[in-house]
Write a protein that binds this ligand. Structure first.
Ligand SMILES: [Ca+2]
Ligand SMILES: [Ca+2]
Length: 267
C-alpha cells in the first residue's frame, strides 16, 4: 500500500469513530470489617482513561485526597476529576452515610462504554474513626473495567487491612476533637503532619479508638482483616424493556409513515 492510500485509510478509519453506547453500571461497596470494626465514609469513584492518579506512596497528598482522608469530604477530588478531563463519569456512594461493618450501599451510573475515558475505575474512602486513614487504588491502571476489545469485564475485589493508607497530612494522635467519627466537630482539624502518603501502621493499642468498645474490632492490622469489597457490574437491560423499545420504535415508524401520507395528501 502506498503512503497516499495509507493516509486515506487512516482518515477513513478515524472518521468512522465508535458510536456512543450508554450502559448502566452498578458500583457497590460492602464494609467487610468485623463487629465493632472500622467504618467507611461515602466512597468517591470515577471512570477514567487510566491517567487520573489519586495518590502515590511517598508523595505528599493532593488537597482532594487530604479532604477525603481527614474529613471524608469527596467534593475536592470530585472537582479535580471533572477538571482533569480524564473521566467519563463519577459519583459518591452516599446513600447511607457512614458505612458500618456489614453494610452495603450501591448506585447505578450511566456510562458511555465506548468512551476510552470509561476504561478504568478508581475509588477513595476514609476509614473511620481515624485522623487521616483511607483506602483507594494507588495505581490508576489497577482496575480495568472495559478490556482492550471493548468488552465490559467489571471489577470485584477486596481491600485488606494491610492496604489501609495514611495520607500523611495529620498526626495520628487519636485525640477525639481531631478524629473524625470520635469527636471531631469541624473539618480540617488536628495537627498537620507534613508527611507523605504511606501504609498506615494501625491504631494505638489501648488508644482512643481501639480502647473504645464501639471500635474494639477496628485493628485492621490483624491478620486477614478485610476492610471492604468493591464491585462494578453491568446492569442487564431487562428483556421486557427491549420489547417495549421495539414496540415503541414500530409505533413511531407507523406514525412517521402516516404523517408522510397526510403531508402528501395536502399537496
Ligand atoms: Ca499513584
Ligand atoms: Ca496521619
Amino acid at each position: 500500500m502506498n503512503s497516499m492510500k495509507r493516509g486515506i485509510l487512516a482518515i477513513a478509519l478515524a472518521s468512522v469513530g465508535v458510536a456512543a453506547h450508554a450502559v448502566d453500571f452498578r458500583v457497590s461497596i460492602t464494609n467487610m470489617a468485623p463487629n465493632n470494626g472500622t467504618y467507611l465514609t461515602p466512597m468517591w469513584f470515577g471512570f477514567h482513561d487510566g491517567s487520573f492518579d489519586t495518590f502515590s506512596v511517598g508523595s505528599a497528598a493532593s488537597m482532594g485526597l487530604e479532604r477525603i482522608a481527614e474529613d471524608g469530604n469527596p467534593s475536592v477530588i470530585g472537582a479535580d476529576f471533572m477538571a482533569s478531563g480524564a473521566g467519563s463519569g463519577s459519583g459518591v456512594l452516599s446513600g447511607i452515610g457512614p458505612i458500618a461493618p456489614g453494610q452495603s450501599t450501591s448506585m447505578v451510573i450511566t456510562i458511555d462504554e465506548n468512551d476510552p475515558r470509561s476504561n478504568y475505575f478508581s475509588f477513595l474512602s476514609m476509614v473511620i474513626p481515624s485522623n487521616d486513614a483511607f483506602i483507594g487504588n494507588e495505581n490508576p491502571l489497577a482496575h480495568r473495567v472495559i478490556n482492550e476489545n471493548g468488552q465490559f469485564v467489571g471489577a470485584d475485589f477486596i481491600v485488606l487491612g494491610s492496604q489501609v493508607m495514611d495520607a500523611g497530612t495529620e498526626v495520628n494522635d487519636e485525640i477525639p476533637m481531631n478524629t473524625a467519627f470520635l469527636g471531631q466537630m469541624m473539618p480540617d482539624t488536628g495537627t498537620p503532619e507534613g508527611g507523605v502518603v504511606g501504609f498506615h501502621q494501625g491504631f494505638m493499642p489501648g488508644g482512643n479508638i481501639l480502647g473504645n468498645p464501639m471500635f474494639s474490632g477496628a485493628d485492621f492490622t490483624a491478620q486477614d482483616y478485610q476492610v471492604a469489597r468493591i464491585t462494578v457490574e453491568a446492569v442487564p437491560e431487562p428483556a421486557t424493556m427491549a420489547i417495549i423499545g421495539l414496540a415503541g420504535a414500530a409505533l413511531a415508524a407507523r406514525r412517521r409513515k402516516k404523517s408522510i401520507v397526510e403531508t402528501n395528501s395536502t399537496c
